[in-house]
Design a protein around this ligand. Sequence first.
Ligand SMILES: O=C(O)CCC(=O)C(=O)O
Length: 299
Amino acid sequence: MPYNNKDNKNPLPAYEVTGIQSGNLNFDDFSDTLKKYGVVVFRKFFADDLIYREYKNDLLRLCFEIAKKHDIKIDLQAPLNEIITKISESQRDDISFLYDLGTRPIKLLSGTRLKTHPDIVQILKSFMPDSIVGFPFQGETLHIFPPGVENYKYNLPMHQDYPYIMQSPHQLTAYINFGKLQDEGNGGIRIWPGSHNEGLSSSAPAENNLLVTANKEHYEQSYEAVDIHFDESDFAIFDSLLQHEGIQNHSNCTRVVQLIRYSNLSHETSISYGWKSAEPGANRGIDFADAHPELNQKS
Ligand SMILES: O=C(O)CCC(=O)C(=O)O
């Protein structure tokens, strides 16, 4: 059974931080925690952050434009994920345009500013000292997970991020939540803290071009699974090699989260294959199977 960190009987896990907001972070204090567990979660980190707010405002204004186009009444004071849920009831295709603006790559100035947020730069300096930092080709996703059983197929099974996006196995993911947590049925991610310490795992290609961890049972048996649910302005930083999977959304409201990846281009594996990323389209970029044939299992 996954350990539920919302249960008051359990103390907060070591990788969960409350009471620190952006602008007040000394990431050197958390670098060892990230090394040990592969994750640090900062609750309400962006609550008063102007850069976060500007990106959210742009997403809200885009929602307003969609609503205006289709004559849908929305309450602009409501949380972003409630507004998106309302629009999706009749205009789901237009919500996919929003997804595209925050995905591979982010196409909004405000989102690009979030990508280079001073606190994230500080984290990168602390965790990847003296390295050249790069952005993988497919490193950014504005995930919008609607409720409904027909959408469970979008939840990724257990995986590491690196095989999907490549560029460097030493890579961090910034996980920046934009939706208001409805209840725990809203979904989130299940992680296996500490699993990144085993390094790159074998990956097996599955349906829909998914790359899932081949020896899933090993990680389930060796590490405790933890379900993490995110509220507005919560922020997490992950090691790209942490084993994790998406949790289905059983609520009646969408979940919205921005993911941004950062690679250490000074890593020897990254140098060995010319810093290539995975890229869509034939003969472009590099595939996990080509770079790591010994770890790629046939489906
Ligand atoms: O469901 C989520 O929020 C996480 C998605 C995920 O694991 C990924 O994009 O790598």
